[in-house]
Design a protein around this ligand. Structure first.
Ligand SMILES: [Zn+2]
Length: 383
């Protein structure tokens, strides 16, 4: 086992597969608990640090799931282990700890969607495992010349067509898993998706992308995930646009609060659209920052913002700064709304606008590329 996990070489993979085919389910849950323990140990290190949702999301994607991806490259990971990994990551995202009873604001399935489809782009363990097993399906289908592939053809296929082949009920667990994945990816393989020259055959990344497509794209993707956004602002914006923030209209539906009145104006029902784009308090803040950042549209509703987002695609830098400013405004308005609910006090719009300007300028100056035009540089300096 140590040798298999320490080296991702073809000989080890072949050895593992021949052993798993002949002995049945070689990689048991007990072996995989090492993987879950490693992930949990890393989370315990970080749980003492006060990280924002956005930072936790980056950690989950870059470190935790890369551990899983490495293992998925070599082994077929059992479903109950994948479930454990998912629970640990989900708890860490929403509560900063590997063990938690807190109810998540968004389902894990929605979170694992790519950003263009409204998710956070966190890798889905189940789908990644399917994509990883797809590598073996590709090898069998493309008839790569190797010892274990010849062995598989001789023992199982025996001259039968691979795509219509059904494994016998006495076949090993590993072989049944490969055949199950073969059926899931059949459309891509037989549709020549991976045979196209540009893709240079199958890869786990291309398999994962193929499995995640065919969903509805969201129109606010470039808003929430604009490069110049402060990450924690982008995260709150994502929750707001997904209608998953705990605004009073939702809490009232679940009978968690007694009324659904907006805590900032005290007049209308608190929906996400009202709170950020129609409330008198928010409009005061937005008017001031629109003037500061030269945004021409009248932000009297979320739809007007969407229309403005679609305009002027060419002016990338200026538009990026403007989007970052609107995102910062959503974040600050949400903080004021929470302060109104919990502390019964709200700060003056002028103060909020100053904070938004400071946050945006600090972020943009950190990230500003050296290649921006002189006119963009002059515009930034004038802010
Ligand atoms: Zn209001």
């Amino acid at each position: 086992m140590t040798a298999l996990t320490s080296a991702l070489d073809y000989a080890s993979i072949s050895k593992y597969f021949i052993a798993s085919f002949t002995r049945g389910h070689l990689l048991t849950t007990i072996y995989c608990s090492i993987l879950v323990d490693k992930i949990t140990a890393r989370l315990r290190c970080w749980s003492s640090r006060a990280l924002s949702y956005a930072a936790r999301c980056i950690l989950i994607n870059s470190v935790l799931l890369s551990l899983h991806s490495y293992w998925a490259n070599i082994f077929i990971i059992p479903k109950n282990v994948l479930m454990e990994i998912t629970v640990v990551c989900r708890n860490y995202l929403w509560d900063g700890k590997p063990i938690s009873t807190r109810t998540p604001m968004v389902s894990w399935e929605a979170i694992c969607k790519p950003k263009c489809y409204g998710g956070l782009g966190i890798k889905d363990c189940y789908m990644w495992n399917i994509a990883a097993v797809g590598k073996y399906v590709w090898n069998i289908a493309s008839k790569t010349d190797s010892l274990w592939l010849k062995w598989v053809s001789h023992v199982y296929l025996q001259g039968k067509d691979f795509w219509s082949y059904k494994p016998h009920k006495t076949a090993s667990w590993t072989w049944k898993q490969i055949c199950e994945v073969k059926d899931k990816l059949k459309g891509g393989y037989t549709g020549d998706i991976w045979s196209a020259r540009a893709l240079k055959g199958y890869s786990m990344g291309s398999g994962y992308t193929w499995l995640s497509q065919n969903q509805n794209k969201v129109i606010w993707q470039k808003w929430a995930w604009n490069r110049l956004n402060v990450p924690k602002h982008g995260f709150i914006c994502w929750l707001a646009m997904s209608k998953r923030l705990r605004t009073k209209d939702r809490l009232y539906t679940y009978k968690i609060c007694k009324d659904d009145t907006c805590p900032l104006c005290g007049q209308y029902c608190e929906t996400a659209d009202h709170l950020f784009f129609s409330c008198v308090y928010s409009l005061l803040c937005l008017e001031k920052i629109k003037y500061w950042i030269s945004i021409g549209c009248k932000a009297s509703g979320v739809n007007k913002i969407y229309r403005w987002l679609d305009k002027d695609q060419g002016i990338k830098f200026k538009k990026g700064v403007q989007i970052a400013t609107i995102t910062a405004a959503v974040y600050q308005i949400w903080l004021q709304r929470n302060s109104a609910v919990w502390n019964l006090q709200v700060q003056q719009p002028d103060l909020i606008v100053q904070r938004i300007k400071a946050d945006v300028l600090c972020r943009v100056k950190q990230l500003v590329p050296m290649k921006i035009s002189n006119s963009d540089r002059a515009w930034l300096a004038s802010l």
